[in-house]
Write a protein that binds this ligand. Structure first.
Ligand code: NAD
Length: 496
């Protein structure tokens, strides 16, 4: 059976140590193995990145950008192959994988503008014949640790900008679907990146902890679940590293009584069930304001959900595929069971869907649960499955209080025709990314992505302008060139 190895110093290697099964979630079968890097293997990758740093740091930004231009072309040429690989290991439908890849490529396009982004700031005559400027220098070796749900896009949030800024990189992808991520890194090598500038180590906690503890690693970008994000942030910070750690979510949509209900229902259907709900920006809670809005929403959702198709990744007729593992499938079903037990109403039941020919696949059908209350387990925790909860409230303020009280603050949206209400909502809600009649308000690549509260640990968001700041260190230089030597005596106070 094929074993996915590591990319170290430009070469694919396998340390012949521990391995883990990689599944095809559509069939439920083990399709390959992934090598789990030992501490020594990760240290080898860090050493390769460290050795490559001085030359890469001094490579003109324009030349670094040219590698990104070629990389973008290669990603586009290989898009179908990449999406096939994502589908095989993750399970998402090919057209959904294409959407993920396109959003990832947008980050490469942003990185192509790095000479402009690194221009810095300059002030002439800050004192008599004294000039001062700030420049943005790369940090050195940077690490990225990524989740299973976007094996192409989330790594592409990180390494193109880090590398374009002059850093070298060690990426630790999710061990559950590592194939497409490794292939994408190989394409970057093919684009002309010198050996050692990008390295990929596959692995688990042992690999991650090595990256967090090694003094040569200057900064860590993490995306994954909140408990691990918190762990990564505290351990990396305690070791003196810069860290951004993006965590989980529970994204609410407020449905106002004046909303265009057909529009809201279509938007909610795509955002709740697309990618089997395995998106950190998935809409998992609809908060209906007033019983009339709730009843209309439930009725239309029920009708729309009759045509939802869950099935294998390669069939473009399907709306969404399986969840990632058998264990995760059982966990999602467990949340539905608990909702039922705690008194919620299962309106559309996705437990045990029929997917002919794929009986062993990890499928959960679209599920709609009404009359959910904030104490219920299904409301408090992130389900990360194709499950939409409906909570009924009386007023918009009540809906906003509910959102603000939740531990997560990643994304949210409101469906309304009232501009004043929408403006009040976006201004005051305690959430990092807000949509107004837009269900998945994922910022484009030239903005930055991040949640509030326990959805992000750290100060800077992922990608976009914040990535330039995260992957560089400001240095401010003040200089003068006296024409005939120093002509002032010692000064004992700041010149004013
Ligand atoms: P995860 O936290 O289980 O894993 C993420 C990464 O951390 C993987 O590379 C994994 O190998 C590593 N890891 C896992 N356990 C570890 C441990 N004990 N010590 C060290 N490293 C460990 O997350 P996942 O299940 O792969 O991804 C789904 C989660 O990611 C969801 O909670 C989702 O909301 C979140 N997510 C967030 C965003 C965002 O931008 N906020 C984006 C995508 C996914």
């Amino acid at each position: 059976m094929n074993t996915i190895g590591h990319l170290i110093n430009g070469t694919i290697v396998n340390d012949n140590g521990r391995t883990q099964d990689v599944y095809n979630p559509s069939t439920g079968e083990v399709s390959k193995q992934v090598a789990l890097a030992s501490k020594a293997t990760v240290e080898e990758a860090i050493a390769a990145a460290q050795a490559a740093f001085p030359a890469w740091r001094n490579t003109p930004p324009l030349k670094r950008a040219r590698v990104m231009f070629r990389f973008k072309e290669l990603l586009e040429q290989n898009a179908e192959k990449i999406c096939q690989m994502i589908g095989e290991e993750h399970g998402k439908i090919v057209h959904d994988a294409m959407g993920e890849l396109s959003r990832g490529i947008e980050n490469v396009e942003y990185a192509c503008g790095v000479p402009e982004l690194l221009k810095g700031e300059h002030s002439k005559n800050v004192g008599p014949a004294i000039d001062s400027w700030s420049e943005f220098q790369p940090l050195g070796v940077v690490a990225g640790i990524t989740p299973f749900n976007f094996p192409a896009m989330v790594p592409l949030w990180m390494f193109p900008m880090a590398i374009a800024c002059g850093n070298t990189f060690v990426l630790k992808p999710s061990e559950r679907d590592p194939g497409s991520t490794l292939f994408i890194a190989q394409l970057l090598m093919e684009a002309g990146l010198p050996a050692g500038v990008i390295n990929v180590v596959n692995g688990d906690k042992e690999a991650v902890d090595t990256l967090l503890d090694d003094a040569r690693v200057q900064a860590v970008s993490f995306v994954g679940s909140t408990p691990i994000a918190e762990y990564i942030y505290s351990r990396a910070s305690a070791n003196g590293k810069r860290c951004q750690a993006l965590g989980g979510a529970k994204n609410h949509a407020i449905v106002m009584p004046d909303a265009d209900m057909d529009n809201a229902v279509s938007a909610l259907t795509g955002a709740a069930f697309g990618s089997s709900g395995e998106r950190c920006m998935a809409l998992s809670v609809a908060v209906a304001v007033g019983d009339a809005a709730a009843d209309a929403l439930i009725e239309k959702m029920q009708a729309q959900m009759q045509s939802l198709k869950v099935g294998a990744f390669h069939d473009k007729q399907n709306d969404f595929g399986p969840v990632i593992t058998q264990a995760h499938m059982e966990k999602v079903v467990g949340y539905i069971n608990s909702a039922e037990k705690q008194g919620a109403e299962i309106v559309v039941d996705g437990r045990n869907p029929s997917v002919p020919g794929y009986e062993q696949g990890f499928f959960v059908g679209g599920t709609l649960i009404d009359r959910v209350t904030p104490e219920m387990l299904c409301y408090r925790e992130e389900i990360f499955g194709p499950v939409l909860l409906v909570v009924r409230v009386e007023t918009m303020q009540e809906a906003m209080d509910l959102i603000d009280a939740h531990e997560y603050g990643n994304g949210t949206c409101i469906f309304t025709r009232d501009g004043e209400a929408a403006r009040y909502f976006s201004d005051n809600i305690q959430v990092g990314m807000v949509g107004i009649n837009v269900p998945l308000p994922v910022p484009v690549a030239y903005h930055s992505f991040g949640g509030w509260k326990r959805s992000l640990f750290g100060d800077l968001y992922a990608y976009g302008p914040d990535a330039v700041r995260f992957y560089t260190r400001r240095k401010t230089v003040t200089q003068r060139w006296p024409s005939a030597g120093v002509r002032e005596g010692a000064q004992f106070a700041f010149p004013s």
